[in-house]
Every structure is written in structure tokens, then in C-alpha cells.
Design a protein around this ligand. Sequence first.
Ligand code: SF4
Length: 395
Amino acid sequence: MDLLTTLVDKGLRRELPTREEALAVLATSDDDLLDVVAAAGKVRRTWFGRRVKLNYLVNLKSGLCPEDCSYCSQRLGSTAGILKYSWLKPDEASKAAAAGLSGGAKRVCLVASGRGPTDRDVDRVAGTIKAIKDQNEGVEVCACLGLLSDGQAERLREAGADAYNHNLNTSEATYGDITTTHTYADRVDTVNKAHAAGLSACSGLIAGMGESDEDLVDVVFSLRELDPDSVPVNFLIPFEGTPLAKEWNLTPQRCLRILAMVRFVCPDVEVRIAGGREVHLRTMQPLALHLANSIFLGDYLTSEGQAGKADLDMIADAGFEVEGTDQVTLPEHRASAGGGCGSHESDGGCGSQGVCGSAPASTTTATSTTTAQEARTDLVAVRRRGTGTDLAPNA
Ligand code: SF4
């Protein structure tokens, strides 16, 4: 396909595709899907080889959020039966992080529910970052605490944080349909604050919330403009007890197209498959490793992932390797440009659904409108182990 040749050429030159080209990727047929994966896979291998970076989520504070993000099981009014607890102590968080690191993760993502941290919360998280860094040489720490006020990003940087995550989630045009208690502009402002403080910015999206192809392309183009070092791609986990519980409209094929589009638009950026991987990609997860170069190991914030060992087996079976702490994640031109993470860097982060379908009715063609699937609540398991419980974590 001419489209794919053009997109590979642009990806290798780090050139932005046109909106029409990005939309065309989302509209490819199932007959062309393997060609799409192979093309985006070429771009992925050029910039990231066959390495897969493992990230580990520690939910520092769970539930009880005053914000109303529709996708989130921790939102105001959520009746999802998730774990609810207040701030973990530094040693508890450090113990949780150690489990992920011994499982092969190189980055720990410290996440707290809420609109944003108070200065006292930032002090608390600073103590946690210190505890984790003191005990684990070479670990990368990313904080995800919501909207930041002036000076807070700098204080997190001083405390040793390498990165800050805050997702755009969806297009500016539809943001108000998803959340009313803060704005898209608030989110952009926080990503910019993280950048300005010298933190490696991590910002991504949630697919499957009823958005159009145009919305997906909008948010991914906006992300490219914000220039984060890592882009987590969440696939909505429609938690019972949240307003989006009935949004079961992703297929494994659709998820692969979305990841391919993100790779073409953000060719040299860490593309991470975040929440919803097991739920929506299911047996197609290994193919997605040809598109993304990063995943979360084990469980998510409020839901359970597959066993950590299954993540490791999948990576090895698909012919990829887990990235070590001695390997630099980002390509040289990005790492040397100051990406804190590259240089050593919903359910995948607050603002990302801290955030699962039957086979599509039609397997022959894909259109910009996806067909709603049957609810597969059997695929959504609320987290009942690890942090906040007496049971061992999954890592
Ligand atoms: S995404 Fe974050 S801010 Fe929004 S409801 Fe969930 S925990 Fe609160």
C-alpha cells in the first residue's frame, strides 16, 4: 500500500503524517491489518529495537476522588467495588515498588487519586521518592498526582522524580463530555509545567469512550505538539458503577490500528500500552508489541492485569526482550535533548482510568464507526491484591 510506504518513510524521518493519513490507518480493513502492523513495526524497531520497557504502578491513594472523570472507577459517585485507602507511607510504597522492580520493571509510577496535590502531599510524595531511590539504584520514578500548581513540578524534580504523567485522554472538542470538574486546558497546563521543570513529560489517551476517529487523531496530534517522551495508550475498561460501563466498542483489531496510528504520529516516542491491554487486545497482545515499546507489568491501579510472569513469557515468546536499567529507552536524539527518562527514564495513571469483548461481528472490514460489542464483565477484575490489601502483589 502506498499509504504504508509513505508512513514508514515519514516515521523514519520523524516527519508528521497528515491528518488524512492518520485517519486512513484507522480505516484500514482487517485484510490489511498485518501489513499495517508490519509497517508500524518497522518504525518501532528503528527507534526502539526489540526492547520492551516495563513500568510498575503503585497506587498511593485509591478512590474517594472529588473529580467526575466518567471513565474512572475512583470518580465522585463511582459505585465500582474498588479498594479505597488514603496515602501509603513511604516504606509501604517502597515495598510495593520493590516487588515490581524485582519482576523486571525499570520505572515505578506513583499515582494518587484526586484533583491535584496539596503542598503537603508533594512533601509526602517527595519522602516516598527518596525511599524508593535510596533502596533501588537506577530506578526511574514517575509521579502522577493530578493537576499541578505553580512550583510543585520543580519540587518533585528536586525530590528526585524523573517524570510526570498527566494524560490529555481525549480531544479538546469532546473533553467536556467526559469530565466537567476540570478542563482540557488545565491538563495541557500541567503537562507544560512538568516540561518546564525539567521532568520528562508522560501524556497519553484513552480510546473506546465513544469518540470518533477524528477525535482520536486530534488528541494524538495534540500530544505530538506537546512533545512528551512517553505516550500511554489506554483502552477503556468499562467498570460497572461508572457512567461509561456500557461503552464496550473496541475490538482487538481496532486497538492494533489505534496503536499503529499513534506510532506513525509519534514515531520516536515511548508508546506504552496501558490499562485495558488484557481486556481488549486479549490473545492479540503479542502483536501489539510490534507497535508499542512499553507496557505495565502486572496489575493496574484498581483492576487486575494478567500475571506478571505471563507478561514476561509473552515478551520472550514474541521475540522481544525486557529493557534493562543499563539501556536507554529513548533514541539518542531525544535522550540527549534532556528527556530525563531517556537518559537513564484506566488504569495507567490518574487521568487515565487508573484504568476489557467478544470478537467483532464483522471481521472483514473496518469503518470509522466501530460496532458496539456485548459487555464482557467477566474480563474486568477489580484489584484485590497488592497495595492496600494483605495479599502479595502481582509482579
Ligand atoms: S482520573 Fe484522576 S482526577 Fe479523574 S476521577 Fe479518576 S482519580 Fe479523580
